[in-house]
Design a protein around this ligand. Structure first.
Ligand SMILES: Nc1nc2c(c(=O)[nH]1)N[C@@H](CN(C=O)c1ccc(C(=O)N[C@@H](CCC(=O)O)C(=O)O)cc1)CN2
Length: 370
């Protein structure tokens, strides 16, 4: 049987996997930590247990699986939309000003090197968007495109060249890598001073330790926290639940929330009653890569919901035949939450804005520019 892998580390992976899933109705899913689940077992595992409730068929999430919502959930309140696209634009404008100040003062232009291996369309799109974003703010970008059957040694050779290149202040290897490559070896070889993706174990380790500072924090979780800050969401003392425990989104998001003095729980594929735990949260970050998994009745009224998922679901009405949805059933959640990120246009654009921000910080640190 074909296996479709849903990792919760990467929205692009999830989107691509979901697109494949459309073609493979009897597929199996891998949830976050690499454990395979059938579609049915996932739905059972996450099905609401206490249906005192009204049935609704009025949402697009309902077509994914039958839903039950409480009466309070259908109140006609509507959450504030956390507009990641416009915040990302503001951030790019701020970065543009800083880059021109740096260039005028010390003559340094930040440089970002991106390595893309293979021919995944989604990865190629993200790399293209990163390059465009660099151009828009005045960062020099350097790109290496390697064929799918390249060796790990070839990737390592390019990383080593960029590590030694003084015009390069940030290096990233677009994920996911082809399966024959050892991701750990490759991410470990980026020097931590240029690790603008924040994926190096030393940067993640420092993030986990009190009294230590990572040089970089990975872009998607950093973007989630930035959205909370810019929308004035108080984090200190609040209960937060992160759904998903990947190395590059769930785990760093939980660590960042904890650093901001939230009380944090992590819900994952082996969590019993995930909806009960999630319902206690004032802040939810959903990063599992499972379309519409978080239903309205998982959410405490007034909670703030940050949806990291980008999943393709079949949509005959769309010219492409699919549309993008998050890990949260937006139509239900927006009636219960006080604020929510949309998909698309929420966390996604923040990922690239944070990459630009990390690249600028790196250049400033290397050149001791305040
Ligand atoms: N080396 C890395 N690889 C990957 C990362 C990463 O941060 N570093 N993250 C993802 C992919 N990604 C950036 O690389 C990324 C994903 C999504 C978006 C985005 O803006 N999404 C849009 C929708 C896009 C669409 O229409 O398809 C949105 O949510 O509005 C930006 C960057 C995995 N790999």
């Amino acid at each position: 049987m074909a296996a479709v892998i849903f990792t919760d580390y990467s929205s692009s992976t999830a989107a691509a996997a979901a697109a494949v899933a459309r073609l493979l109705p009897s597929s199996r899913y891998r949830f976050g930590d690499g454990v395979l689940h059938s579609r049915q077992s996932l739905l059972l595992h996450f099905a609401p247990r206490n249906p005192i409730m009204l049935r609704t068929t009025a949402t697009s999430c309902a077509s994914a699986s039958p839903s039950v919502v409480t009466a309070s959930m259908v109140a006609e309140t509507s959450a504030k939309v956390i507009d990641g696209k416009s915040i990302a634009k503001q951030i790019r404008d701020e970065i543009t000003v800083e880059i021109s100040r740096m260039k005028d003062t010390v003559g340094v232009v930040p440089g970002l090197a991106v390595i893309l291996v293979g021919d995944r369309k989604d990865s190629a799109t993200y790399v293209r968007n990163k390059k465009k974003a660099c151009e828009s703010v005045g960062i020099n970008s350097y790109e290496v495109n390697l064929p799918e059957d390249s060796t790990e040694q070839e990737v390592l050779k390019h990383i080593s060249g960029f590590n030694d290149d003084p015009t390069v202040h940030g290096i990233l290897v677009q994920l996911p890598l082809p399966s024959h490559m050892n991701e750990q070896n490759i991410l470990n070889s980026v020097c931590i001073e240029k690790d603008v993706d924040g994926f190096h174990p030393l940067n993640i380790g420092r993030l986990a330790m009190r009294g230590r500072e990572p040089l970089f924090v990975s872009c998607t979780p950093k973007g989630c926290i930035e959205l909370l800050h810019r929308y004035g969401v108080e984090i200190k003392g609040r209960r937060a639940v992160v759904i998903g425990r990947s190395n590059i989104v769930g785990t760093p998001a939980a660590l960042l929330l904890q650093r901001e003095d939230a009380t944090v729980s992590v819900v994952h594929s082996r969590t019993k009653n995930p909806e009960e735990i999630t319902r206690q949260a004032d802040i939810i970050i959903a990063a599992v890569g499972q379309a519409n998994m978080v239903r309205g009745n998982w959410i405490k009224p007034g909670a703030v919901v940050i949806d990291v998922g980008i999943n393709a679901v079949e949509d005959a009405k769309s010219a492409k035949g699919y549309r993008l949805v998050g890990d949260v059933c937006y139509e239900e959640a927006c009636k219960i939450a006080s604020a929510i990120t949309p998909v698309p246009g929420g966390v996604g654009p923040m990922t690239i804005a944070m990459l630009l921000s990390n690249t600028l910080s790196s250049a400033k640190r290397i050149h001791n520019f305040k």
